[in-house]
Design a binder for this molecule. Structure first.
Ligand SMILES: *Cc1c(COP(=O)(O)O)cnc(C)c1O
Length: 365
């Protein structure tokens, strides 16, 4: 029996793409082998690879100015590749700090300071070791000469999410969208580079999806090894070396499912409904469940809340598990409860969680 999966990442995947993979697992089409046994230079894999790219282009209306890239090394390697490629010595880049992962992005850029320019914090909303809000535009101390501005659209651990795109003028905007990529449509043209580790919202681990503006990629540093340059990935349609073929195949299955259920407008509507239900329940029972996050900064992907005591939180997690709902323990840096409710989590799944929360409060409140 499959559980209701609230894991933060790797996270639950929608059932139809998994069933499709199961059906095609031993023999892909009439090829006599699994897709992962195919050459990445053959026509069978090539069709899957290009279908994944064209589905994403279609779902997001990716303009001709931008390329869709598949990369490896997780979001973590992006934290290094971005300064290596785009932060020339003598220049400075702005980092907007709103949570754990944006802090890591900044510290990884700083670690390269002998090779690249200066990574500078343009804002932080950290207080007492935690983050509970997204900054306002007028709090950003932006440098109009910055090589780029980097931010994290959704803060997976702290449960906050940007609901506007920061205004950075003519400075190239870069976003880590790992935990809310394709939770809805977004204006790709605003970004020089948007990237996401697949394992939160679009697939299994092993692949990063990046959408990069061609002229920005071309502006990158050239005195790097080929493997470290975005331009190499772009020039070779993400086939410079062996890509994670099975992960990309799963991304293809998931994007095909997104299209089938009505595309990103339908996904967005589902996600809004889920957020309304879950935050609605938290607010309606605020004498028992408390959201530490400021209302206008609430995440629709990672919903964080507290109970009156740690003992009750442990009981909540254990009883939820017995009721077939897993992955609700908050990150160790924050404690409490975290329900990661990515695209694979349905409205019905959220209703089950809300029903459980009501019962739990009645029994323990
Ligand atoms: C999970 C996560 C990361 C880390 O991803 P890896 O693929 O493990 O490197 C980075 N940024 C955000 C926003 C995340 O949610």
């Amino acid at each position: 029996m499959r559980v209701i999966n609230f894991n933060a990442g790797p996270a639950g995947l929608p059932l139809p793409p998994l069933e499709r993979a199961q059906k095609e697992f031993l023999e892909f089409g009439k090829s006599g082998m699994s897709i992962m046994e195919h050459s990445h230079r053959g026509k069978d894999y090539d069709a899957v690879h290009n279908e994944a790219i064209s589905l994403l282009r279609e779902l997001l209306d990716v303009p001709e100015t931008h390329d869709v890239l598949f990369m490896q090394g997780g979001a973590h390697l992006q934290f290094s590749l971005i300064p290596l490629n785009f932060l020339m010595p003598g220049k400075s880049a702005d980092y907007l700090t709103t949570g754990h992962w944006s802090k890591v992005a900044l510290s990884e850029a700083k670690a390269l300071s002998a090779m690249v320019g200066t990574a500078r914090e343009a804002v932080t909303t950290e207080h007492d070791g935690v983050f509970t809000r997204i900054p306002k535009q007028d709090e950003l101390e932006l440098d109009s000469n910055a090589a780029y501005a980097h931010y994290t659209t959704n803060n997976t651990i702290f449960g906050t999410q940007w609901h506007t795109i920061p205004e950075v003028g003519n400075v190239p905007l870069i976003a880590d969208m790992s935990s809310d990529f394709i939770w809805k449509k977004f204006d790709v043209s605003k970004y020089a580079l948007a990237y996401a580790g697949a394992q939160k919202n679009i697939g299994p681990s092993g692949v990063v999806v990046a959408i990069a503006r061609k002229d920005f990629v071309e502006s990158g540093r050239t005195d790097l090894s080929k493997t470290l340059k975005y331009s190499t990935v772009a020039k070779n349609n993400s086939l410079f070396n062996t890509p994670p073929t099975f992960s990309i195949y799963m991304v293809r299955n998931i994007l095909a499912w997104v299209k089938e259920i009505g595309g990103l407008d339908a996904i967005h509507a589902r996600n809004l409904k889920k957020g309304e239900l879950l935050y609605g329940a938290i607010d309606a029972m605020s004498d028992f469940y408390k959201s530490p996050v400021e209302k206008d900064s609430r995440s629709y992907m990672n919903v964080v809340f507290r109970l009156p005591s740690q003992a009750l939180e442990e009981k909540f997690v254990a009883e939820a598990k017995a009721a077939n709902m897993v992955g609700l323990k908050g990150h160790r840096a924050v404690g409490g409860i975290r329900a990661s409710v990515y695209n694979a989590v349905s409205v019905e799944n959220i209703q089950s969680l809300v029903d459980f929360m009501e019962k739990f409060k009645k029994a323990n409140g």
